[in-house]
Design a protein around this ligand. Structure first.
Ligand code: KIV
Length: 296
């Protein structure tokens, strides 16, 4: 498959600026040489900013659990939590495609559960598609979702819902047999009908081999430079997360530090009596304040 002619690091064609991005448009991105930009979003104001800034796909990721709800992993995240945040993001998105991430145990328990839960993302959450983690084992499930008119984004490699099976958040596909298995997973999911594929936490060579093996767009997160698009967790990009961001994440701002500095100043101003000032105070004419009616 031909990858974007410009090669890594070069600007590609600009994305359309009017109308909503659709699943077929996203699916066709590799042919047009258009690199897909995807970010996680969990709330209305952030989603508005990302949408206006030109992000193609807003992923309401189950990383909501770690980044917003204070869980240690994505495993505790529920369907109700996901839907609550998906609705907020959908209300904000005018142009970007909204994808809802199927949380742990919303699809692993059988096709019936999976179709019902995935359908809720479209029916109640306003999303246009769902994402599910896992390789060829999910092929039948992908077909069942498509039967119910639900577009599916796949996700292979380091899949956080498998954290205990993997023995931690480890880069996948380092051994040749594992790398081959990942390529086979990608091909099986493409055959089953996914319209795009997230590749997470794998050597660049494996990300490249998968991107060459499938015609659907690959969207990398820690999968190197040869994917058709890139996704980051918003909190890593703006420096809002706790701890050190992963090696693959580029920090474009330090919003967490900015917020801390602003709040420290507010604390000092309130304690020191500098807030509020007269300009930040409502007033009435002096006579009324003094209790006089003003009538003669
Ligand atoms: O939940 C999430 O943030 C994700 C991305 C890492 C792709 O699945």
């Amino acid at each position: 498959m031909t990858r974007p002619p410009e090669g890594p690091g070069q600007p590609g064609p600009s994305v359309p600026t009017v109308g909503r991005i659709t699943v077929p448009e996203l699916r066709a991105a590799p042919e047009s040489g258009r690199r897909i930009v995807m970010l996680t979003a969990y709330d209305y104001p952030t989603a508005r900013i990302l949408d206006v800034a030109g992000v193609d796909v807003l992923l309401v990721g189950d990383s909501l659990g770690n980044n917003v709800l204070g869980y240690e992993s994505t495993l505790p995240v529920t369907m109700d939590e996901m839907l609550h945040h998906t609705r907020a993001v959908s209300r904000a998105a005018r142009r970007a495609l909204v994808v809802g991430d199927m949380p742990y145990l919303s699809f692993q328990t059988g096709r019936r559960d999976a179709v019902r839960n995935a359908g809720r993302f479209l029916k109640e959450g306003g999303a246009a598609a769902v994402k599910i983690e896992g390789g060829r084992r999910r092929a039948g499930l992908v077909e069942a979702l498509l039967d119910a008119e639900i577009p599916v984004m796949g996700h292979i490699g380091l899949t956080p819902q498998s954290v205990h099976l993997m023995g931690g958040y480890r880069v996948q596909g380092k051994r040749i047999d594992q790398a081959r298995a990942l390529v086979e997973d990608a091909v099986a999911l493409e055959r089953a009908g996914v319209f795009s594929l997230v590749l997470e936490g794998m050597p660049e060579s494996v990300g490249r081999a998968i991107s060459d093996a499938v015609a659907i767009p690959t969207i990398g997160i820690g999968a190197g430079r040869f994917c058709d698009g890139q996704v980051l967790v918003f909190h890593d990009l703006v420096g809002l997360g706790e701890g050190t961001p992963p090696k693959f994440a580029r920090r474009y701002a330090r919003i967490g530090d900015e917020i801390a500095a602003a709040v420290h100043r507010f604390v000092d101003d309130v304690r020191g009596g500098a807030f509020p000032s007269e300009a930040e105070t409502y007033s009435v004419p002096e006579a009324i304040a003094a209790g006089k009616s003003g009538r003669t």
